[in-house]
Structures are given as C-alpha cells and as structure tokens.
Design a protein around this ligand. Structure first.
Ligand SMILES: [Zn+2]
Length: 408
C-alpha cells in the first residue's frame, strides 16, 4: 500500500514558497522542514528522544556508511532504520552516490559552494588517489574504512536502501563538481537519467517483492551543476521518467551549487518539476541559503553542518555564530543565546560549555549539538509560520540583518 503523499497547505504570493505536509508510513513532516542528519543511524551524541523534544521531524541516514557498517542486511533484520535506531518518526536515506564519489575518491572540496580561488588540484585531497571509478553501469570504489573494493549500481543502491527501509529514499546519481568540464557534465547528467530509470525499475520490483514492508517513496535527483539547460532538462526528464508504471514520488536537488546562484539554479529546477511533489535540497543549512531555497520552492533540507559545527565548538546565535572555546566565555554565565528555548540554553551557561570543551568532556558535544540543531529547526519553524502568516519577507530581512550584522 502506498502510504506516501504530499499536501500543499499554503502558498506565498510572488514567490514559489509553500507550506505542506509530507505523509509517510512513520508519520507526517510539516514543510518546509530541516531533516537532521544521522549518518550512521545516530545523530552524533544525541538521543533520538532528545531530537524529538527539540522539534526534529525526521532523520536522514546514509546508505554508503550503513552498507559498509553494520551492513544493510542487519538493519533489515532489525526491522529497518527507524526501528534499529529507536527513532519514532520518518527517516530518509541518501543513495550513497555522493559518498562513493567523494569519500571514496578522496575529494577535498567537491561541493564547495564558493569556487572563488578553487583550483582543480583542490578536488583531490593531498596524498589520496582517485579511489572511485565511474562507468556507464555504476561506480567501483574503495571503502574508506578498510580499503576493500565495492561496487554500487542503481540496482544495488535500491536494494541497500530497501533493506535500510527509510520512508524516503533517493535514486543513485553521479555527483559532479563545479570544476568538471561542460562536456563531462552532459555525459554525467545523461548517465544519471539512465540510472534514474533503472532505479525506478528496481524500486518497483523490490516494492512488489517486499509488499509486507511499509511503502518507501523514491525521489529522483536532479543534477546538471551550474548549467541552466542541463538542470532544466534533467528536471523535465526525471519528472516524466517512468518504469513499469512507477514514477518518482518526489525529487532531490543535488550536486554542485554555487552559493551566489543558488536561488536561480533551484528556480530552473522547480520550474520544470511537478508542483504537487515534494522537493528536497541536499546538503544546505546556512540561514541565508535556507531563505533563498525556500523562496525558490524547496520543501525539505538536510545538512551535517549544525551538528558538525557544534562538535567543533561553533555555536549559532541570532547575532551570528561564535566559538565557545574563546577566552571571553570563561566567566560568562549567560546561556549560549538568551532567546533560544533549547534544553542547553535553558539549563546551562557559556562558562560551563567552555569548561566542557576545554576538558574534552563528551557532554560538550551533546549540549552543543542540541543547541545548534534546535537553532536551525526553530528557524525553519519560524519560516514555515511566516509563509502561513504572509510575513516571510519581514522575517527574512530581520533575521538575516541580525545574523550577518557582524560578518557582512
Ligand atoms: Zn539553545
């Protein structure tokens, strides 16, 4: 049974921003929504219960990592990702396409959104060889864990993602960089489209063969880098793609995105995609980018940045981010952000966090992650309300003016 659907509840005039609800077998997601990243079936350092209490609606895990460790068959035996990690809500997995081509390849800055000053030799990290090889059938890559050799094809990615059992899964795509040549981008976009059709076919077969499992929605991934014609064609082709009656349930917008052209690129793609299906932007969480992407018609986002920054002691506030390990925080008995309603800000001081980080205490990572995740989730909640209330633009000007006051 197909328990997946998307309802648009409100639209904001003069933009493509909308609010809606994604219904999945494991629960609903009010959109726009930030999807917290739990790469290895855990948001590092934070209990699922705590993620729920800070407003997280869904968790995104990674097919590549879970395939290598513990193995997707083990997650399957555990009853799927949500059950395995004790997360009482919807889950996503990404296809592994980005990881096999980045971790495997030793890419250093592939998805750097600001290409200024980026040289081609920045793409391959120093001392690493290119460890992933793409051919028309799939990608052969070397595990970053133990150097063992593996192969992903569209069919293998679909099987792994069915075993992982997330509510929303992604088609296997070839993720390119802004530094690839135009002709390579054309070749890769063509290949991604062919893989998309193979994913639909394999997905249909797996869905039928595993009819006792909850329905999993499959999203096609739009590539095409910074080229308007490639992005539009990729979106159109995926919107029409069909295999044995199976079509995509939603769409991901992936690959290399230049920050300065983010809104334009998303706009090309959302022009071509059916309005009635949800769109997920892969790997974005900067506040200015979130406003731009939502106005251009994106419904959900995921990004490792809030939790990764937290573990590096960089904490968000309404007045921009700061480093809690700085000496100025040693005797500061105020919360991280006096306007934040998170568990950390309600109960702990900057001085205590400063102490925990300097002592390398594990609780530092937990408390900092709770705050950063809550900050981004709350921002998206505020944006969602503002779309409904018609004051999106006022929120955008006020929030960004304050957040970037010190840096811009
Ligand atoms: Zn907080």
């Amino acid at each position: 049974m197909n328990d997946f659907c998307f309802d648009i509840t409100q639209r904001l005039a003069d933009t493509k921003a909308r609010t809606g609800v994604i219904h999945t077998p494991h629960g609903d997601i009010a959109t726009p929504a930030f999807i917290a990243v739990g790469t290895q079936a855990t948001v590092k350092g934070v209990l699922p219960h705590t993620m729920t209490s800070l407003g997280a609606q869904a968790i995104l895990a990674n097919a590549y990592h879970l395939y290598l460790q513990p193995g997707s068959d083990i997650v399957d035996e555990a009853g799927g990702l949500a059950s395995f990690m004790n997360w009482n809500g919807p889950t996503f997995t990404d296809s592994g396409g980005f990881q096999v081509l980045s971790l495997g390849a030793g890419f250093k800055k592939v998805l750097a959104m600001d290409t200024e000053g980026l040289k081609s030799d920045d793409v391959i990290a120093e001392g690493k060889q290119r460890l992933a090889h793409v051919d028309d059938d799939g990608v052969t890559f070397i595990s970053h864990l133990d150097g063992s050799k593996h192969r992903f094809t569209p069919e293998i990615s679909m099987r792994i993602q069915h075993e992982l059992g997330a509510d929303i899964i992604f088609a296997f795509d070839e993720c390119t960089t802004l530094l690839n040549t135009r002709s390579y981008q054309e070749e890769a976009t063509d290949r991604t489209q062919k893989w998309a059709l193979r994913c639909l076919g394999a997905h249909k077969e797996l869905t039928t063969g595993r009819a006792d499992h909850p329905y999993q929605a499959l999203f096609g991934v739009v590539q095409g880098a910074q080229y308007e014609d490639l992005r539009r064609k990729a979106a159109r082709d995926l919107a029409q793609a069909e295999a044995d009656g199976q079509r995509f349930d939603g769409f991901g917008i992936g690959g290399a995105l230049e920050k300065e052209n983010l809104g334009r690129i998303i706009g090309w793609v959302t022009d071509e995609l059916p309005e009635t299906k949800p769109r997920h932007l892969l790997g974005i969480s900067e506040p200015d980018d979130l406003f731009v992407a939502i106005a251009a018609g994106t419904d959900t986002f995921d990004c490792v940045k809030p939790s990764r920054e937290a573990r590096n002691a960089r904490l968000y506030t309404y007045d921009g981010f700061f480093n809690i390990t700085n000496a100025a925080n040693r005797r500061n008995f105020a919360p991280i952000d006096s306007e934040c309603d998170c568990y950390t800000c309600v109960n702990y001081t900057r001085a205590y966090l400063h102490h925990l980080f300097h002592s390398k205490e594990l609780l530092a990572y937990t408390l900092a992650t709770i705050h950063n995740e809550r900050f981004i989730i709350r921002l998206i909640d505020q944006i969602r309300s503002a779309i409904g209330g018609g004051d999106f633009e006022a929120l955008r000007v006020e929030f960004l003016g304050r957040y970037y006051a010190k840096t811009k």
